[in-house]
Design a protein around this ligand. Structure first.
Ligand SMILES: NC(=O)c1ccc[n+]([C@@H]2O[C@H](COP(=O)([O-])OP(=O)(O)OC[C@H]3O[C@@H](n4cnc5c(N)ncnc54)[C@H](O)[C@@H]3O)[C@@H](O)[C@H]2O)c1
Length: 375
């Protein structure tokens, strides 16, 4: 049987995860990788023979069906545009691009080419959020009146913590918003079916300069360095956000990469006129439903209890499916033609780019900012 030919560009932290998840699909073969740093060694480690440092050369030679773009944010556009023009389907890491104009151009090009184009907002594809999406849609919690929560980590706590994400030229104008806030907002819009209509944000930068280790350091590395250089920082370490949704519901959230002890914690509390639905990445198999006049419920991932979600998880109750599995579920949907309509498309990616920008404008002007038209 012929397998789908896939290549991954950018084989750092998340690129490796893409390769691992892709290899678990069965109908897909990762035939090539491209990385501007150490490509051959990475290929040897991964048992992938075709390695490139130039994505154009790889796309031209490898007769690809799909490409996964896992490079820093400032290169997503050029790689995706080149691939689309060569009729290659795409899975792009988030944030979709560096600027809104780039995201719009890619969106229109994807429409013209009629290719499969996804953005990896993978939090939607844990079973529990997909379940919440369904019960909110069915009206089980009533009309949503408020949404609160957070996305917090601690890998940027110290002055010596460093990543390309700190540099505006590589990451974009916002940092925690683009990096983790956008995941939370996509998750909330997806689970509630609501749209963020207006935002009020406040940003804090903890260190005005950071100490960058001299040499090549990958994301989330804990390697100590012998030598550091001072780098000025002009993006936020912490963001708080107030939200008005399009149905009149209100919300609030905090996003931070400087909360000691919180490694990668996401919480969402969706309150409706009948009940409350709650999800935490810490116990990601569970959905908690809060009631007023009857006992609260915990619904754990299960083929029977969540039968309408067949196809979004693979193992029976009690057999945990986590971060890497959520990636696998996104790719399963992508490679099976989005049979359940669950993954984020280029439209969703563009929408989050615009929300990021409006949040940035709000923090700079200390005022409510409308999200406005997407296209
Ligand atoms: N969905 C998620 O949960 C998630 C998690 C982490 C990162 N991301 C996103 O994935 C992307 C990559 O993040 P990361 O943490 O893996 O970064 P990383 O620094 O660990 O890896 C990036 C890799 O890309 C390579 N690279 C850079 N420019 C390149 C180019 N022009 N051509 C080829 N290779 C190039 C680098 O050498 C490096 O190996 C970012 O857009 C980030 O926002 C998403």
């Amino acid at each position: 049987m012929k397998k789908i030919r896939v290549a991954v560009v950018g084989v750092g932290f998340v690129g490796l995860l893409h390769i691992e998840a892709l290899r678990r699909l069965g109908n897909v073969e990762v035939v090539a990788i491209c990385d501007s740093f150490n490509a051959q060694k990475r290929g040897r480690d991964l048992y992938i023979e075709n390695t490139y440092t130039d994505y154009e050369e790889m796309i031209d030679k490898e007769k690809l069906d799909f490409i996964h773009v896992c490079t820093p944010n400032n290169s997503h556009f050029e790689i995706a545009k080149y691939a689309l023009n060569k009729n290659v389907n795409i899975v792009l890491e988030k944030p979709m691009t560096y600027t809104i104009d780039e995201a719009k151009e890619l969106y229109y090009l994807s429409q013209e080419k009629k290719l499969i184009c996804a953005v990896n907002f993978h939090n939607r594809l844990y079973p529990a959020p997909a379940y919440i999406h369904n019960i909110v849609k069915k009206g089980d919690i009533g009309e949503v009146t408020s949404v609160t929560g957070y996305y917090v980590q601690d890998w940027m706590l110290y002055e010596t913590d460093y990543s390309w994400r700190l540099i505006v030229e590589e990451s974009g104008k916002t940092r925690v918003i683009a990096d983790i806030g956008s995941h939370w907002i996509d998750l909330v819009e997806y689970t509630t079916g609501l749209e963020v209509d207006e935002v009020f944000a406040d940003f804090k930068t903890v260190y005005e300069t950071r100490k960058k280790a001299v040499g090549h350091i990958e994301s989330f590395s804990t390697d100590a360095a012998d030598e550091y250089e001072d780098i000025p920082i002009d993006t936020e370490d912490i963001a708080t956000l107030l939200i008005r949704f399009n149905n009149g519901a209100i919300g609030s959230a905090i996003f931070s990469q400087s909360v000691a002890g919180k490694k990668n914690n996401i919480e969402v509390l969706i309150s409706g006129t009948k009940a409350t639905a709650e999800w935490s990445l810490t116990n990601h198999s569970d959905v908690k439903i809060g009631h007023r006049f009857k006992p609260n419920e915990t619904i754990t991932k299960d083929f029977i209890l969540m039968k309408e979600l067949a196809g979004t998880f693979d193992y029976p109750a009690g057999h945990t499916e986590g971060y890497a599995d959520a990636f696998k579920q996104v790719f399963k949907q992508v490679y099976n033609g989005n049979s359940l309509g669950l993954y984020a498309t280029f439209y969703d990616g563009l929408r989050q780019m615009i929300i990021n920008e409006r949040i940035y404008e709000s923090a700079k002007t200390s005022s409510w900012v409308k999200i406005g038209k997407i296209l």
